[in-house]
Design a protein around this ligand. Structure first.
Ligand code: URA
Length: 185
């Protein structure tokens, strides 16, 4: 299935309670042919308003980091574990993430990423290890089904804890190097 078909298939999704508060479903955006995918937690207020991922304050920081790593945002694919905004920006519940993951799985099948960056604890737990502590696992590559995965801090966390930026920048450099390698193949 192509990415646009997935969007159409779930455009009116009501599988979990998060649909009740949404203005827009935020499916994701970018290059559906990209070997590199970023997965965040869920849309915030601005994302819900615009229907686009990472366009609020955290998104602006993500943009800066991508720019510094010379990874053009339009070249990669960016999405979230849940596609509808959790009320008050709370962390999505396990059940909401599990329910919504059917969409993400179809996105993985359509896009076939080679590298996945998980931004923060929620996507790291949901995709890599339910017990993972982001402070321990960040910066370490893990392989799942032939896909290289890099957990790193969520940009919203970095806005609150700027001292984490140095580590996150290291992670982004590792991702950039791996991405360049894949592109050079
Ligand atoms: N935070 C996220 O995790 N995802 C977004 O799209 C925006 C903010």
């Amino acid at each position: 299935m192509e990415i646009e078909e997935i969007y159409r298939k779930y455009a009116r999704c009501t599988r979990c309670p998060l649909h009740r508060g949404r203005q827009h479903i935020v499916m994701g955006e970018g290059n559906p042919e990209s070997p590199l995918m970023f997965v965040g937690e869920g849309p915030g207020a601005e994302e819900d308003r615009q229907g686009r991922p990472f366009v609020g304050r955290a998104g602006q920081l993500l943009d800066k980091m991508l720019e510094a790593a010379e990874i053009p945002r339009k070249d990669i694919y960016i999405t979230n574990i849940v596609k509808c905004r959790p009320p008050g920006n709370r962390t999505p519940e396990d059940e909401e993430m599990e329910t919504c993951k059917v969409i993400l799985r179809e996105q993985f099948v359509a896009i076939r990423p080679v590298i996945i960056v998980t931004l923060g604890s929620a996507p790291t737990r949901s995709l890599i290890d339910p017990q993972a502590r982001i402070t321990r696992v960040r910066g370490k590559w893990v392989e799942r089904k032939g896909v290289r995965m890099m957990p790193t801090f969520h940009p919203a966390y970095l806005l609150r804890n700027p001292s984490g930026k140095r580590d996150a920048w290291r992670d982004f450099q590792a991702v950039r190097d791996a991405y360049r390698e894949v592109l050079a193949r």
